[in-house]
Design a protein around this ligand. Structure first.
Ligand SMILES: *Cc1c(COP(=O)(O)O)cnc(C)c1O
Length: 459
């Protein structure tokens, strides 16, 4: 007889932070005050916070112990050495420049490599990455596979670069206009979708033959490695750390937000192999972040990140992390709620187009849906649709992205299965009453990264 054997979270809880349920009337009032933007809600008014997995994870006792071992010297902290050792051991890059978070690394990389009029092909834009490329005088060109734009396609590697698209960009513009490829592991905006090892290899070979560098956004590389282990031939028996190393060996460097896979609340780094590029980066980091041995981080924070990097490649950890996302995704699929499939590595993405077919994209359906879920239960999610896509830098017109999504993002090691049940039940209840949801209009719009601070009103 077959008996199901479940797995459970590979930790027990040592410290708790109380959370509180509020009333619907109170939440409606909070929404109005926040301009229907979940980024403008106060944390204390949120019951279950699925806004983002950025810096919201729980550190281990080992990481907290490391916090007490901070060497807060201005220069040459021993925690910097530990961070460099961890990056060399796990990712395999030679040089490390710490930064205050991921966008600090993106800023330095963009400023040192991009010249006016350059093109940077990549696998779907990420908000801060693309903006830093533009601020440096470049333009981002999306060369992700078409499968990524179809929320119903079960293709297992929707993060892949389409080599034909990449070749066409090179043929049209010349390799000398392309300083590097911006290659994101486990593509966030596509729904947390992985790149295959074969694709990493093919892109790297193609770029090497043309003298174009490959720079990874390795923020979610461990989640990507887990999917390669699950889905790609020949990787089932390899340790996660070995898969991570192999991916990095197919690149020239990486920007990393430590607030995701690396299991810390703040921090990031730029990793490089080329000594000349490293030297350039050390000159820029002192202007924008801090000395090249701390780059905006306290010694204790570098220690926590060094330890987090080592913990992140533990198989039991990453299986439970992605497994929790899959658990939530399956609950919603079973209830008939339209979500992006396959379920991604860090979040379940609700497909607002199919959820709210009666709302035109101009009425910000994903923004309206995130507000409706908060009103129902105090569960906080976020928009990933037309608000996040922003405006065309030249025409200043609204970009109408093919994907109009609401992201339910799971912090690492923070919530239990019961929190997932409550969240899924709330979304299901909202789905049952979806016809009641009306659109929004934008009443305040910041110039850059508008999704963070834009304000809306009910129509
Ligand atoms: C979060 C994130 C970033 C930006 O990092 P920050 O630490 O928020 O500045 C860049 N790329 C990806 C894929 C991310 O998820």
């Amino acid at each position: 007889m077959f008996t199901r054997r479940s797995w459970a979270e590979p930790f027990k809880i040592k410290v708790v932070e109380p959370i509180q349920m509020t009333t619907r009337g109170y939440r409606e009032q909070c929404l109005e005050e926040a301009g229907y933007n979940t980024f403008l809600l106060r944390s204390r008014d949120v019951y279950i916070d699925l806004l983002t997995d950025s810096g919201t994870g729980a550190m281990s006792d080992n990481q907290w112990a490391g916090m007490m071992m901070g060497d807060e010297a201005y220069a040459g902290s021993r925690n910097f050495d530990h961070l460099v050792e961890a990056v060399r051991d796990i990712y395999g890059y030679r040089y490390v420049v710490p930064t205050h978070q991921g966008r600090g690394a993106e800023h330095i990389l963009s400023q040192m490599m991009i010249e006016d009029g350059d093109l940077i092909p990549g696998n779907m834009y990420f908000t801060t990455t693309k903006l830093h490329q533009e601020l440096a005088g470049g333009a981002f060109i999306d060369v992700i596979t078409d499968q990524a734009f179809d929320p119903e396609s079960e293709y297992p590697f929707k993060g892949n670069i389409d080599l034909d698209k990449l070749r066409a960009v090179v043929d049209e513009n010349g390799a000398d206009r392309i300083p590097y490829i911006s290659f994101e592991a486990n593509v966030n905006m596509a729904g947390g979708q992985p790149v295959s090892m074969q694709n990493f290899r093919e892109v790297y070979r193609f770029c090497q033959s043309l003298g174009i560098k490959v720079m990874l956004d390795a923020t979610r590389l461990v989640e990507n490695a887990y999917f390669i282990k699950q889905r790609e031939d020949g990787y089932a028996d390899l340790p996660i750390a070995q898969i991570v190393r192999e991916i990095c060996s197919l690149s020239d460097g990486a920007t990393v937000s430590g607030k995701k896979d690396c299991l810390v609340n703040i921090g990031g780094f730029l990793a490089l192999n080329d000594p000349e590029l490293y030297e350039k980066a050390t000159h820029l980091v002192v202007i924008f972040e801090g000395l090249h041995t701390y780059g905006g981080m306290a010694g204790r924070d570098m220690e926590a990140m060094a330890r987090g990097i080592r913990e992140s490649v533990d198989y039991e950890h990453i299986r439970a992390r992605v497994g929790q996302v899959e658990y939530l995704g399956k609950k919603l699929l079973d209830a008939g709620v339209p979500i992006v499939v396959p379920v991604g590595g860090h979040a379940v993405y609700l497909d607002a187009r199919r959820f709210l077919p009666h709302l035109d994209q101009e009425l910000f359906p994903a923004q309206a849906l995130a507000a409706a879920i908060y009103a129902d239960s105090g569960v906080r999610t976020m928009e990933r649709g037309m608000v996040s896509a922003g405006r065309d830098p030249v025409t200043r017109k609204n970009i109408r992205p093919p994907l109009e999504l609401v992201r339910m993002t799971l912090p690492r090691r923070v919530y239990t299965q019961a929190h997932m049940d409550v969240s899924a039940e709330s979304v299901t209840a909202v789905y049952d009453e979806r016809n009641m949801i009306t659109g929004l209009k934008m009443v305040y719009e910041p110039q850059n990264l508008r999704f963070f601070q834009a304000r809306f009103a009910r129509i």
